[in-house]
Design a protein. Structure first.
Length: 392
């Protein structure tokens, strides 16, 4: 009982010292949590967008920045009777009046889409497809995207493509078959392929041709036949290779962010080490007196370990809350950096992942214990006589 009274009295008399240690733990845990949430949210948004847009495609026919001539698609479709193929025109546009908001513009042929993608031929009303095909400069998006942009069905909003402002009429809404597809389509604007060509100044060209090939020898034979008719500079790549290459580009960036966040943990450990060391120095006489009246080293160590553990728990809890609040801002900064350096990416929600909290909690408590061990061992290692003599 004497031990706990002494511990509580010391904590009350030096509350700012204890608060500093808690802040150190909270700082490290909060930054690690925020960075991990931002990294995972950006990675998830990119992966969902890539998988949703690719659909069931197994391969892509691609070229350079100029794209493919649209006559190549007609050749594959009509001359070589390749039915499981769909042309795609793709690019990014800025939404006028919404600074920093971009949409992934995807131009498709609704009649060729069903074997590849389910979302691009499923609309809110049957008239939507007719409007897309018959009325120039029309597009569709998710209801939640339209609500975020304050655009209603049938209304006109402006986009900027290649520095040119152009009007788009919202013809209707996409009706995705599941929630994962819905999440991947959040930053997407779908138009007829002719409209996309005009908006992106790609008349006579398409970005790629999506293919669905059978497995085994039949698929290899089909790919070899397609490769024979491709012009020079046009290649066939697996559907996941492009997304994998883009993800590889950002991997080092995300790793650097994680390393920087760990520096905050090191700062927190430094604060904890100094706080506990200072606490031991101030209580050296008390520790000597307790040892002199029969308190064992193990009991002293258990007392200090409990103090450190309570500091770690309080700091970790505060750090997790701080990380959640900070995560949204860090996600915005990470997204903006990826947009500036690598490719366009839109992240509209920060997903709270249990694994992130577990990692941060283990890191916070572990760092607290590791940083406090040296002064704790030093405090319990001295004999009563040495502790009393050094405190004089």
């Amino acid at each position: 009982m004497i031990l706990w009274r002494a511990s509580i009295r010391h904590a009350l008399h030096h509350r700012w010292q204890t608060a500093l240690a808690i802040v150190g733990v909270a700082l490290g845990v909060g930054v690690v949590t925020a960075v991990d949430l931002a990294n995972e949210s950006a990675h998830r948004a990119f992966r969902l967008a890539a998988e949703t847009v690719a659909g069931r495609a197994t391969h892509h026919v691609v070229a350079g920045l100029a794209g493919l001539p649209d006559t190549l698609y007609r050749t594959l479709r009509i001359t070589h009777h390749i039915r499981a193929a769909a042309p795609v025109v793709e690019g990014y546009v800025q939404v006028a009046g919404h600074a920093g908001t971009s949409l992934r513009l995807i131009g498709v042929d609704p009649f060729a889409e069903p074997p590849i993608r389910s979302f691009s031929s499923q609309f809110s009303t049957p008239k939507v497809m007719e409007t897309l095909l018959a009325v120039p400069n029309t597009g569709v998006m998710l209801r939640q995207t339209a609500a975020r942009l304050r655009v209603e069905e049938g209304s006109i909003f402006n986009i900027q493509a290649n520095g040119i402002k152009q009007p788009i009429m919202l013809a209707g809404f996409l009706e995705p078959p599941d929630e994962l597809t819905r999440a991947g389509l959040e930053p997407v604007l779908v138009t007829d392929i002719a409209t996309a060509q005009e908006l992106l100044a790609m008349q006579g060209h398409i970005s790629r041709i999506d293919l669905v090939t059978p497995e085994g020898d039949a698929g290899k034979l089909l790919l070899s036949e397609i490769a024979k008719v491709l012009p020079a500079g046009k290649t066939i790549v697996p559907a996941g290779s492009r997304a994998g290459a883009l993800e590889q580009m950002t991997r080092a960036f995300r790793l650097n962010l994680t390393a920087l966040s760990l520096l905050a943990v090191v700062v927190g450990m430094f604060l904890i080490y100094n706080t506990i060391t200072f606490s031991v120095i101030r209580r050296r006489r008390l520790i000597g007196l307790l040892r002199a009246i029969g308190v064992t080293r193990r009991e002293i160590f258990a007392l200090m370990a409990t103090e450190v553990l309570l500091i770690g728990i309080a700091g970790t809890g505060a750090g997790l809350l701080f990380g959640i609040l900070l995560g949204e801002e860090v996600t915005r900064l990470v997204t903006r950096t990826i947009n500036d350096l690598y490719f366009n990416l839109e992240v509209h929600d920060v997903r709270l992942l249990p694994l992130t909290f577990v990692k941060a909690a283990v890191l916070g408590l572990g760092a607290t214990i590791v940083a406090a061990l040296p002064p704790m061992i030093e405090a319990t290692g001295a004999t009563p006589r040495a502790a009393l003599s050094r405190s004089v």
